[in-house]
Write a protein that binds this ligand. Structure first.
Ligand SMILES: NC(=O)C1=CN([C@@H]2O[C@H](COP(=O)(O)OP(=O)(O)OC[C@H]3O[C@@H](n4cnc5c(N)ncnc54)[C@H](OP(=O)(O)O)[C@@H]3O)[C@@H](O)[C@H]2O)C=CC1
Ligand SMILES: O=C1OC[C@@H](O)[C@H](O)[C@H]1O
Length: 395
């Protein structure tokens, strides 16, 4: 059966760096049944700055995009199907909540919220309001990950996983005002990068709910103003103790950006290593955007005639752009199915179980390694979330 065509109209909250890549992906020439267009944006900057931002995007007729300077107004008046929230993570909860309360479908950047409690509160609201909510954990929807999920039964029981995301973003060239160095904006490698590295553990363990964090330790980075978590090590075990995962992150390692760029080109340094009964699967750096899998089969039936292990490289490239559109297609399809209806109690949280598991792991890991944010950024009550707006002073 052919899928019916649908053009999903997007609203952007925040003219962020990642929103540029997202929008560029959405506006690439599209062939599938799902198409995307940009309807409106909401910014804390001026209309002129927003016009400039939009004019710099290719494949976009900026004159057709409505610009709002308050989120509230966009939520009330904007003609769009889904809002993409890409503000700094401590704002995700309050922003997503406001959108859901206006009956809007939401794609919210990673980490979806600061903690599990906030996300559970959003999920309950979304279900009750009859809207679709999804964390923009785009990696999960890429072809290489879809392929891994297909071969999981063949590789057998996964015994050990190594998963590392280390990108030296916190170097001397970074502007001091960056959200990556400001704790009030959620800075820290665990929330920014650990969320990806842990996603691979969840994928490798096929969503096993019994996996728990057993150990976590952080080495901090001194921004000159405050200490933020940088070199994190987290160990997880399955419920019966027969599976282990070792997760690492860093925002200062490896020592130079040039070196990590080189790793991305060479495709040899493993970013993920999944050791299972029948095979080992390695994913080259960086694990956020996997494009090939290196599989070494050591199961008896799979050995070559001379008894040696069979190595294969499976190429699963991102088909166009950076790859942020795969997740957009997934949520757009659900929104298309729902049409204009917002039946109370029928909302959907795409990937919600995964998001909750990973936020719970990060909550525990942060507790064990002492990664603490202001209460105002972590709270899930009405009063505290509005306080967040006052606490965060971005320029
Ligand atoms: N999926 C991925 O690959 C990536 C995801 N991310 C995630 O996306 C989010 C944004 O990251 P990044 O692109 O680096 O962020 P930026 O710092 O580039 O942009 C954040 C934007 O949020 C808006 N903003 C800031 N403060 C407020 C406020 N108080 N109220 C409303 N809006 C505000 C601003 O937009 P404006 O000026 O228009 O108001 C600002 O430009 C983070 O949660 C991050 O984890 C980040 C990078 C990659
Ligand atoms: O989502 C992201 O992906 C790549 C990282 O370097 C970045 O800091 C992060 O926000």
């Amino acid at each position: 059966m052919t899928e019916s065509k649908f053009t999903c109209r997007w609203a952007l909250l925040g003219l962020s760096n990642i929103a540029k890549t997202f929008l560029d992906d959405l506006t690439l020439p599209q062939e599938g049944a799902i198409q995307h267009s940009l309807s409106c944006v909401s910014t804390t900057s001026s209309k002129e700055k927003a016009q400039q931002w939009l004019a710099e995007r290719s494949n976009l007729d900026a004159s057709r995009v409505q610009i709002y300077t308050t989120f509230e107004e966009m939520l009330q008046r904007g003609e769009f199907d889904i809002v993409y929230i890409s503000t700094p993570h401590p704002l995700h909860y309050a922003h997503a909540k406001a959108a859901i309360k206006h009956g809007r479908h939401v794609l919210v950047e990673k980490p979806a919220t600061m903690n599990k409690a906030q996300f559970e509160s959003l999920s309950a609201l979304a279900k009750s309001a009859g809207v679709v909510l999804m964390e923009a954990m785009w990696t999960r929807y890429l072809p290489a990950v879809q392929y891994l999920q297909q071969i999981l039964p063949q590789i057998g029981k996964v015994k050990r996983v190594f998963s590392d995301l280390s990108v030296p973003i916190a170097d001397e060239d970074m502007p001091r005002s960056s959200r990556l160095l400001d704790k009030q904006a959620g800075a820290g490698a665990m929330l920014d990068m650990g969320v990806y590295a842990l996603t691979w553990v969840d994928l490798a363990f096929n969503g096993s709910p019994s996996t728990k964090v057993a150990f976590a330790k952080t080495i901090t980075y001194d921004t000159g103003k405050e200490l933020i978590d940088d070199i994190n090590t987290v160990v997880l075990n399955s419920g019966d103790g027969s599976q282990v995962a070792i997760v690492t992150t860093s925002m200062t390692l490896p020592g130079s950006t040039k070196h990590s760029d080189k790793l991305a080109v060479e495709k040899v340094a493993p970013s993920v290593r999944i050791e299972a009964e029948n095979a080992q699967v390695s994913i080259p750096f960086p694990l956020i955007r996997p494009q090939e899998l290196h599989i070494e089969w050591y199961k008896k039936e799979k050995l070559s005639k001379d008894g040696s292990e069979v190595r294969e490289t499976v190429s699963k490239p991102v088909e166009r752009g950076w790859g942020l559109w795969y997740q957009a297609d997934v949520i757009a399809r659900e929104v298309q199915i729902r049409g204009a209806s917002r039946t109370q109690g029928t909302g959907l949280v795409i990937g919600g179980d995964e998001t909750v598991r990973i936020l719970e792991w990060m909550d525990t890991a942060r507790g064990l390694s002492g990664i603490v944010y202001d209460d105002a950024l972590e709270a899930s009550s009405e009063k505290m979330s509005s306080h967040v707006y006052a606490v965060l002073a971005f320029d």
